[in-house]
Write a protein that binds this ligand. Structure first.
Ligand code: NAD
Ligand code: DAU
Length: 331
């Protein structure tokens, strides 16, 4: 099978490329990545001789079309992915997440290629902290930020291309991922690398917001399950019952790194900050037989901390510029 993986030099995409090369030697992998600040060629160093890497923009039809034509399946990870950046400058989010997805959809339509769309639980908005409800495939869309609204728009484009043009597509909406190769702008790597740098972790607001954590390997295995067993036209939610408050995550990182549990700072909150995300992944589990292989957050986090400790050369070049952006926003 010839697979085009967009955003394969980013966090989840790079882990997907590694997993695919390791476990599916029959798959011929091409990565299309624009190498934005979030793309890192070093994330693919270990598999570089096993894949084709094309540097280009998913919104550029002249790049996209021949690559899609030469593929049997497209898995679309590429996106502008960080909420804080979308509040500072929404335009790249509109361009990549909406126009980029549109460009790919037109191309898979032209060439009759199977398409899988990677999306987020943030399209559903947020839940109250004490609400027993979780998101399901039928929860109405209600995104809050420029990031989540452009992801919601991209999902709706996919649904329309399925219904109007018969494109063979599936969508997955996953909760918060953690694991190796995640950019230091994101919550967990930011706090780990802060502590490793002798800096106190930074919690937005009072640290009571809840995220539903899943190991990136579990997310990517679920994507493969959907590619192999999913029904075209359908949406699957991916989550591993990993709800934690941000404060609890920081306390755990501090404990695992041998620091006092209250050695963190409370900083300016994110405008419009979603309170809580929570995924009900019953459909994926019962219909397609997926189960997480990293259900224990504490041990997944321990491994992730070890990865950042062992791979400072990977994250150090991004750290100062990232922290300078946060400092300018009082965060
Ligand atoms: P990331 O920011 O780490 O990586 C994004 C990658 O896309 C980078 O390599 C970047 O260079 C590339 N890219 C950006 N714009 C591009 C363009 N115009 N053309 C080609 N490549 C471009 O993101 P991530 O955290 O790995 O997220 C990957 C996907 O998963 C996104 O679609 C995101 O919405 C979704 N998602 C992320 C999470 C999470 O917790 N990180 C959870 C659910 C869904
Ligand atoms: O839910 C899936 C989404 O998860 C993905 O679609 C996004 O691409 C991904 O970035 C992530 O979005 P979040 O906004 O939830 O992730 P982030 O890592 O930015 O923040 C996680 C939580 O931690 C959130 O409540 C904000 C908070 N936070 C974040 C940072 C960077 C802090 O308290 N301090 C921080 O320094």
């Amino acid at each position: 099978m010839r697979m085009l993986i967009t955003g394969g030099a980013g966090f989840i995409g790079a882990n997907f490329v590694h997993q695919t090369v390791r476990e599916r030697p029959d798959v011929d992998v091409t990565v299309l990545d624009a190498m934005t600040y979030a793309g890192n060629v070093d994330s693919l160093a270990a598999v570089r001789d096993r894949i084709t890497l094309v540097e280009g923009d998913v919104a550029d039809v002249t790049v996209v079309d021949p690559l899609v034509e030469a593929s049997d399946a497209v898995v679309h990870f590429a996106a502008e992915s960080h909420n804080d950046n979308s509040l500072a400058n929404p335009w790249p989010f509109v361009q990549t997440n909406l126009i980029g997805t549109f460009t790919l959809l037109e191309s898979v339509r032209r060439h009759g290629v199977r398409y899988h769309h990677i999306s987020t639980d943030e399209v559903y908005g947020d839940l109250e902290l004490d609400d027993p409800a979780r998101f399901t495939e039928s929860t109405p869309y209600n995104p809050s930020s420029p990031y989540s609204s452009t992801k919601a728009g991209s999902d709706l484009l996919v649904r329309a291309w399925v219904r109007s043009f018969g494109v063979e597509a599936t969508i997955s909406n996953c909760s918060n991922n953690y694991g190796p190769y995640q950019h230091v702008e994101k919550f967990i790597p930011r706090q780990i690398t802060n502590v490793l740098s002798g800096v106190r972790p930074k919690l937005y607001g009072h640290g009571l917001n809840v995220r539903d954590w899943i190991h990136v390997e579990d997310h990517n295995r679920a994507v493969w399950t959907i590619l192999e067993k999913g029904t075209p036209g359908e949406t699957y939610l991916i989550g591993a019952d990993g709800e934690e408050t941000n404060r609890r995550v920081v306390e755990l990182i501090l404990e695992l790194l041998g620091q006092e549990p209250d050695a963190y700072d409370l900083v300016t909150d994110r405008p419009g900050h979603d309170l809580r995300y929570a995924i009900d992944s019953t459909r994926l589990r019962t219909e397609l037989g997926w189960e997480p292989q990293f259900p224990d957050f504490r041990s997944g986090l321990t491994e992730t901390i070890a990865w950042y400790r062992d791979n400072e050369t990977w994250w150090r070049p991004q750290k100062d510029a990232t922290e300078a952006r946060y400092a300018a926003a009082g965060q």
